[in-house]
Structure formats: C-alpha cells, structure tokens
Design a protein around this ligand. Structure first.
Ligand code: SAH
Length: 227
C-alpha cells in the first residue's frame, strides 16, 4: 500500500480523477480513498492545512491503512531565487521553521530528543529524478521549511531562507517527515511552486495553485508507475 497525501482538496482531486474508481472510508474527521492504479494499491487523502493535520493524516495512512511508502504532493512558496512558479522540487530534508526554543540556547527548529532536519528517502528521490528525465522537465531539490504560517513577506521569507538554507516553504512537509521517520516508512515530498512567498504572495497563490497542484499530481502518478 502506497500513500499519496496532499494538504488541500485541490492537491488530490487530480489524483482521484486519474485513478478513476476508489473506495471512500471516513475516519478521524477525514476521508481516505483507496484505489488501484496500474496494479498499485493506493490510499489517497488530503489532510487539511498545517503540521498537526498532516501529522495525523500521515499516521492514519500508515497505522490504519498499512501504507509502506508515502509520497506527498502539493504546492509551496519558493525561497531561493532560481526556483520559479510552476517548477517542481523534491525535499532533500525538512525542517520546522516555526519551532523556536532558542530562549534556552537551542538552535532554531530543534527540540531535545528529535532532529532539526529529517531526510527524505534517496530511492524515492531517484525515482523522481528518472521520471523528470523521462518527461523532459527540470526537477529541482533542496531543503523545505514547514511552519503553521503562510509566508507572504520579504522579511520572514529571507529569514527562513538564511536560517535553514531552505529552497521552499510550506505548511505540512516537516511534520509528515517526522511521522514517517519515526514509523520507518520511506517517504518523499514533492511540491510544485505556486508563489514566491514574498509581498502579496497570496495573489500568485490564488492564480497558480490549481495548475501547480495538477503539475505535482501528474508527476506523482508517474512515480507510482515505477514503484
Ligand atoms: N487559500 C487557502 C490557504 C492556503 S495556505 C485557504 O484560504 O484555505 C497555503 C497552502 O499551500 C499550504 O498547504 C502550504 O503547504 C502551501 N503553500 C504554498 N505557498 C506557501 C507559502 N508561501 N507559505 C506557506 N505555505 C505555502
């Protein structure tokens, strides 16, 4: 069983359309869709926005539905200059940019007993690379920073980029990473860029989110064919 997780409905609607038939189960205030796509058993869901929702949904997909790999599909804000709206990237590792106990002398993003950054699965990432080659598209990669905040300002944007050397920002990846890491489930986080996280990023987000969500969803289903 492979999990495909998004945060917003728009991120998984294209997946559900492409898989065709599915069985819906309601659980934990959410809906989980089971389908078979080209011989692969899938459980598909959108968690709702934020780190808590995405941690809960990832846990349910693994513990209740038996997911043995997880691919996140969705959109993100670009932090580094070279990454443009519509481009796809995968996370090499993920950090929580809003986790702050620096008052006690700890670095940003650190909590005793857990890691600052969680690494994604090298094998899944290399499958992503080969899908990109097959499709003839550029696939970027980098650190993704997650936090319970839509970043739409130059100051916060450049602080996150500098502090974590992050390439993109979103609101779910790092929590999903922590769940998968703790439960020993290989995972990868794919995001197509919807905005550049600066001043008035919400306007770009509204304009490009659906198209970027579709780009990421198409890409993820191509990956599924190769698993
Ligand atoms: N328009 C939505 C809220 C979107 S929040 C509503 O009104 O309900 C942004 C979502 O897209 C999150 O799931 C997050 O993971 C991702 N995202 C895209 N750009 C982002 C940015 N600049 N900062 C943070 N998250 C971003």
């Amino acid at each position: 069983m492979i999990a495909i997780l998004g945060a917003m409905q728009e991120e998984i609607t294209p997946i559900l359309e492409m898989v065709g038939e599915y069985k819906t189960t309601e659980y934990a205030n959410n809906k989980f869709y089971e389908a078979n796509y080209k011989g692969k058993d899938l459980v598909i869901a959108y968690s709702k926005i934020g780190k808590v929702n995405s941690a809960l949904t990832a846990t349910v997909m693994i513990e209740k539905f038996g997911a043995r790999a997880l691919i996140f599909t969705g959109v993100a804000g670009a932090l580094k200059r070279g990454i443009k709206i519509g481009e796809i990237l995968y996370a090499t590792s993920l950090v929580q940019h809003d986790l702050d106990i620096t008052a006690f002398g700890h670095p940003y993003g650190f909590v005793p007993g857990s890691k600052i950054s969680v690494q994604t699965d090298a094998k899944l990432n290399s499958i992503a690379q080969s899908v990109a080659e097959q499709l003839g598209i550029t696939l970027k990669s980098g650190i993704i920073a997650s936090g319970d905040q839509f970043v739409s300002g130059e100051e916060r944007k450049s602080w996150i980029e500098r502090t974590f050397d992050a390439s993109a920002v979103e609101m779910e990846g790092a929590s999903v990473a922590q769940v998968c890491d703790a439960l020993g489930v290989p995972f990868c986080i794919l995001r197509a860029i919807s905005d550049e996280a600066g001043h008035k990023a919400e306007f770009d987000f509204d304009e490009f989110m659906v198209k970027s969500a579709q780009t990421s969803a198409n890409f993820v289903l191509k990956m599924i064919e190769r698993l």
